[in-house]
Design a protein around this ligand. Sequence first.
Ligand SMILES: Nc1ncnc2c1ncn2[C@@H]1O[C@H](COP(=O)(O)OP(=O)(O)OP(=O)(O)O)[C@@H](O)[C@H]1O
Ligand SMILES: [Mg+2]
Length: 473
Amino acid sequence: MNALDTPLSKDDLGALPVLLVDDDAANLASMQKVLEREGFTVRTASEGRQALDALRAESIALVVTDFQMPGMTGLDLLKTVRQVSPNTEVVLITAHGTIELAVDAMKAGAYDFIVKPFKRHDLLAPVRRALEKQLLLAENRRLKAELDRSQTGRRIIGQSEPMRELLDLVDQVAPSAATVLITGESGTGKELIARAVHDGSPRRAKPFVAINCAAIPDTILESELFGTEKGAFTGATERREGRFERAHTGTLFLDEIGEMAPHVQVKLLRVLQEGEIERLGGTRTIKVDCRIVAATNRDLQAEVAAGRFREDLFYRLNVIALRLPPLRERPDDVPLLAHHFLQTYARKNNKTIVGIDPDALEMLQAYSWPGNVRELENVLERAVVLARQDRVRADDLPQKVRTRGGPVRTITVSIGTPLDEVEQRLVNETLRLTKGDKRLAAQLLGIATRTIYRKLEAWGHADAGGGEDDGQE
Ligand SMILES: Nc1ncnc2c1ncn2[C@@H]1O[C@H](COP(=O)(O)OP(=O)(O)OP(=O)(O)O)[C@@H](O)[C@H]1O
Ligand SMILES: [Mg+2]
């Protein structure tokens, strides 16, 4: 999906998407033709806003943009690209040698500039050079990320398509200072992603300060965030630094931001706009430089619509939106995660556990995980503790996973089939589903356990009297 994050060789230049931006359709088409003929992958946009959409849609290696455009100029676009996608290179095209402009562009971080009118080669040479640089950088980044991940031991597990896309986006936005809003159901890994954003940024060696807005009462939240001067209120016997000050030069993680009381929202907005705070009970302003990462399991847009969350604050926070997919949308990740937690908890409990039985794994994948990864983690911790053998078996999983998670099966009966036969087949199939657990089967069928025994006996089943797997725990 993301060409920049897999190992690349020089032949792969053509795999790196180049975005051409020009309001002149004829110019755009001719540049596109030149690049495509050389095997480059080309995207086009006719103005700045469209270009930003394209940048959001995929990882663009290089933007080649005209300077003179209605709306956003090439220079504006350059500055925005540096913000939202710091790894993307930008080449500007300027009309006849305006040196001042070229100097400005280079100062603002352009890779190169091309002066109009230009020939094929004048376009191809800087494009090729910029992409070659990108290849090297990408390879370095990849190796570094691999190392970092193994060093911190805080690996984010996820190979599914939605997780890969999310992690690509994290890699892309982490290096900037832009505010990030992480949304996702409870237990999907929002805090983990917040830390990954910090760890992927130049601030990684600086403090990462987290505050949970839901866990702290409104009255205290304010002083926690902004600090207090001595005597600010009864009991404030000494000056205290707030979280903003502690996160200075680092990252401030505002967890459960959706729970923040309106008056704190107002204050927060002001701090974000002005980059300075005032401690409670104080008058001195203190400059703070914090990268803000916020998270919520609420639908903030809906909260805005309902008047519970300030719209202006929402837009301030939502510069870059990262959405964590619920676990049920990525069953492919369940086996990986399950094994990861299995190992973690086996180590913690000093147990040797080699794996998970296939049918247990099947149940884990079929279950809907309302509590997401956290719930899966708890289920695996419990299973490791319960496991009587060197593997986790279906028996070691909680009932909710076993009942709802079992493979869905159906039986087909023709009209006119004797009821007794239908009943017999239904009971048998249900028992197969519960792996012979009669108590569970009875529960599913809505009958008493002793009824199932009676029926089995009547049908002449050998173990009707209660065999080895009659659902004991
Ligand atoms: N992709 C993942 N790989 C490994 N562990 C994960 C992953 N996602 C979540 N976890 C683990 O699951 C648990 C819950 O994650 P986290 O606390 O980040 O979720 P959250 O979205 O912040 O939840 P809540 O909304 O309830 O605060 C943590 O122990 C975390 O380490
Ligand atoms: Mg959390």
